[in-house]
Unconditional design. Structure first.
Length: 73
């Protein structure tokens, strides 16, 4: 058997083993949420946008930065 064929068989066997050992339930777990609500961090957004304007850059937020605000209970 050629070396290439042997390496291919070993690589396929290793990758199939890795897929078989993946825990499906790990992806379903949700991280616990801390108390409070998420608000846009307006001060940081304003600071970054002012620096960008001075440099001639147009900022478009995809995921705006957030900060955790205490809950109003």
């Amino acid at each position: 058997m050629s070396t290439r064929r042997l390496l291919l068989i070993v690589a396929v066997a290793v990758s199939l083993t890795a897929c078989a050992t993946t825990d499906d339930r790990a992806a379903a777990r949700v991280a616990p949420q801390r108390a409070g609500t998420l608000d846009t961090h307006h001060e940081y957004v304003a600071h970054v946008e002012s620096i960008a304007r001075r440099r001639g850059i147009d900022v478009q937020w995809v995921n705006a930065p957030v900060k955790r605000a205490p809950r109003d209970d």
